[in-house]
Design a protein around this ligand. Sequence first.
Ligand code: SF4
Length: 364
Amino acid sequence: MKDSNLTKKLQKIDKDTFQEDLINWFHNQKRILPWREDQDPYKVWVSEIMLQQTKVDTVIPYFNHFIEKFPSVEALANADEQEVLKAWEGLGYYSRARNLQQAVREVSTTYNGIIPNDPKRLSELKGVGPYTTGAILSIAYDIPQPAVDGNVMRVLSRILMIDDDIAKARTRRIFEEAVRDLISDKDPSGFNQGLMELGALVCTPKSPSCLLCPVQTHCQAFHNGVEQAYPVKSKAKKQKKLSYYTCVLQDEKGRFFIEQRPNEGLLANMWQFPMVLKQDVDEEHLATWVEQKYHLTIHKQETLPKIKHVFSHVIWELDVRFFRVENAKGSINDQLFLSLDALTTYPFPVPFQKLMDYLKKHSR
Ligand code: SF4
């Protein structure tokens, strides 16, 4: 049932002209983006997953490369997961890539390679939440479904003066209700993309360009001079800091040792240089930890520059130590000593790419 407060706010909007103003503006002003070239549901899906938490400019080259490498549901379903992670390398939030591939495999086997066009089946696929469901249905299939992300919540919170805290998960439902009421049946794709584009180009977080806004006459916050007070958003929790020792182990042939991360959790199945939380091993016992864990004999410890990387919920601070390895050949991990060139074919999280860049510049 619709909130009576929301109903009153929606009643103030002249829906027909609001839709017209928004949709016309979108079709005239929209940015030319590679995933907008056609309505291929696979491309819409890939782009929407990439665009979660990532800016459009960053996504464009990744999207082009990804579609070139995996041009269809079948191509992605049949690809090796490591290749998919490699194509995603640097974009972050790697579970998005793994979930996308798992979901695409299900589309391939269960739905004969055709992406479903109904909300229930679509939202049952791995990694496909309410936003992605709505985006695929409206953009690729012209079905009037809400696609509410942070941008859309910001825009609508201002237009309708919605006071609910957008940091709370349950608030999204209120905005979905609003979109269901306002969306155009004739052009749901233009309507949803119009809201997203308005949030990206005009109704921006800090300084909305109200004087240029195509829906200014409908905007309740603008008329009351309070657009800066919206959206209402409580502060996110501070990111947790994790301090690690990271060990660069190099054998007599100049090769470096790497290992694969566990298949669950942050950065699952990606590759890394050995690392250990500083709270678990102190500097004095680091060499012994390496020797015991990896069955290697090492010597000559040097300190390399520190690396800091900010993820969404954690910050990594890596204190990097360099060791020479004696006689790696014959050790159980011999096969994981690789030249720097060979390392670049493996998917690594960004902090280790920074480390590899340093090693390339200061070849040892
Ligand atoms: S008038 Fe201003 S606050 Fe309202 S939707 Fe437009 S840009 Fe956003």
